[in-house]
Design a protein around this ligand. Sequence first.
Ligand code: ATP
Ligand code: MG
Length: 417
Amino acid sequence: MKFKRVRGVKDILPEEVEKINFVVDICRKTVDTFGFKEVVLPVLEKIELYQHSIGETTDIVEKQMFKIVARAENETETIVLRPEGTAGIVRMFVENNLKDKYPLKRFFYFGPMFRYERPQKARYREFYQFGVEIFAEAPPSSDFLLIKIANIIFEKLNIKVELEINSIGCVNCRKEYIVELKKELKKSNELLCDVCKNRLERNPLRVFDCKTDVDKIAKLSEKVSLQKYICDSCKKNFDDLITILDENKIRYKIVPTLVRGLDYYNGVVFEYKTQLLDAAQNTICAGGRYDRLISELEPQVKYACGLAFGINRIVEILPKYEKKVESIKVGVAVVDERFLLPSFSIINKLLEKKDVQIVGPFSQKSLKAQLRLFNNENCKYVLIVGEEVKESKVVIKNFFDNIQQTIELKDLEKYII
Ligand code: ATP
Ligand code: MG
């Protein structure tokens, strides 16, 4: 075939859509019980939004954004396909003054995100996230709620996960640390990969996001640990959360190298990992606090935190799922084209009374071919619309026990059980 899909995007076929819906339904129901409201974010945003919030020197902003140059009359504007949801929801929150509209400022979204990455298993250029954001709620209760929600969802999905958690401190804690980190990185400059060499000057914390040499980074973090530089307030927030997790018997692992790929985070960050995917793609949910970002843009709001589930990755490791209960299937066959119109009025009447799924009617298909299709489609009943309709009758065949009879149309619903 001449046309192929764009590299890194996925065609999602019905069976997979069913799994996605299963996962997203569970996510929706779970956040609903905690009062979260759904928002729909635009796919298109101005590039500046991400440069400001995600950070100029992050992978996403440096090289992963799909850009569209939109030309208005005499100016051009760079618009991007959203690479993630948090920046957009923050913009939406501020622009629509949501802080005054909703006493409880808890929101969620679901939809596709776009990143120009190297495509591989569980890493696509268009992928789906279900995200949850909490505004104006201080730590540690809001961090705990995020973790609680993720745990409930993974439990319902029957997916085994490992929660990794860290505090990346605030700007104050990081200032001194970054100086030390840079010194240390310069010492081992020749061991760094090309990407990290570049990160060293521009955004040294990003080195911990290196996917090329995970071991080296772990060793580095032992030498220069951010934890030593964490200020009292950040330390208290972190310790308080750990206490609540312990009290609730929630298992976690503190991972000092966990920094997350976005600059807007501060304080507590966390990731949920699975052993069922390769190390470079094994994070299936991730989140953290971004108090500084929100308070910069909306000074009256001091707190914000959120998380996002990687829906494609979750679907890829889903152990089992409940298939949607299908309603009874009724095939509607026409003996010939003359009976097409009466068949539609039979269908209309049947649908008023019964919750059934209709297959047919078809034009230009022999009766035999119609029956074969209904059989393959697992129809329980077939209505054969022919000469009998003139006497307000129809032939009904039960495909499961093979009984065929001619019945009065007015009694039809009684036969469909
Ligand atoms: P990774 O470290 O795997 O690149 P990330 O830190 O860039 O992930 P986030 O921005 O935190 O990811 O997004 C949250 C979740 O969205 C990830 O944990 C992952 O499950 C999913 N995700 C991110 N990028 C992709 C992608 N390209 N394809 C599929 N899922 C993705
Ligand atoms: Mg990434």
